[in-house]
Design a protein around this ligand. Sequence first.
Ligand code: PLP
Length: 403
Amino acid sequence: MTEKMKIPFGTISITERSKNIIYEVLATKRVSNGKYVRELEKRFAALIGAKEAIAVSSGTDADILALSVLHDYGAKRGDEVIIPALSFVATGNAVLHAGFTPSFVDIDRNTLNIDPKKIEEAITEKTVAIMPVHLMGKPADMDAITAIAKKYDLYVIEDAAEAHGALYKGKEAGTLGDLGAFSLYLAHIITTIEGGIIVTNNAEFAEVLRSIRSHGRACKCEQCVLNVNSGYCTKRFSNANGEDIRFIFERIGYSSKMNELEAAVGLGNMDEYHTILEKRRENLLYLMNQFRQFEPYLATIEEEPHERIGPHAFPIIIQEGVKFNRNQLVNCLEQQGIDTRNLFSSMPTQCPGFGFLGYQYGEFPNAEYIGKNGIHIGVHQDLGKEECNYVIKEIESFLSKYS
Ligand SMILES: Cc1ncc(COP(=O)(O)O)c(C=O)c1O
């Protein structure tokens, strides 16, 4: 009998440099959004080849703020944003929080991403943007999405939360649309524990983002961009009544700044980014290869020649017609020490919070199928061949009971 192992879903690397920065910022008490957040932004932008990066407090906020930029460009509350029916629920929540209505499109079950063939039928006069999600680090079909966006004059905002390190035709996911939103939460390849970051090549969008992450303030001086309440700003403004005031808020904003402690963790992660990425890619590709033997029972995603999948996690989908269900597989894996997560749900029809939008179960069969039959497991940097082989062996042993 094989010895039982522990295969956690995620991990975190906290480097010596991170610890040193944390000690320094605590000692100097310069803990809110400051020079380390700026360093993180510059390095993240350079790493993925974007002109601008704006750090915020979560990946959900990254989605919300990226969408909220559109209010500066004529979008109205109640306008529609097209998103895949299947994603982590934050994608749908973000559209609503930004003041828009989500318009859901079913996914392609092979890619887990929005089915571009179904996008055009969801476009109405109110549609302002398409927000594809690169689920499990597999890039969405960006050529098809960009062509539709051009045809109907729509913005493309990528939810790249899970797509660190993903390439589409040689370009980094997150840089293919007008704006790209990443999560820096614990589960992701670059993490600040909690956090998010938005990338764009449009300097005007970046300026709007720096304003809305700080309550919508107008002043563009360095102190205000970093922290609206720093008290260092000496600028004065005249408001519409001719009154002399200190801070002026020119758009509806959020309080969504990152702090220096979070940036410190992220900077350490970035020092190790290439090693982490390589290790996770090795695990992902090894599992993908090994999984071919389970094809009649279990499926996963494939890496196509035009792309590099960002090694976020390893999705497993139970095939139709098998003699076991997801609970049985999950219970067996968990009993053997292998952490699992569900592969999300069809937001409009499997998440009660979206019930008020009036969709009916059955409208998104592919998303719903994954919602019932999908799980994902970790491929993180603390795992290696031995752990991957253990996972494969445990699945083999589970399946032997049902073949
Ligand atoms: C696709 C997707 N979008 C958005 C988010 C939200 O990120 P966060 O948890 O950092 O708010 C996540 C979370 O990982 C996600 O998977």
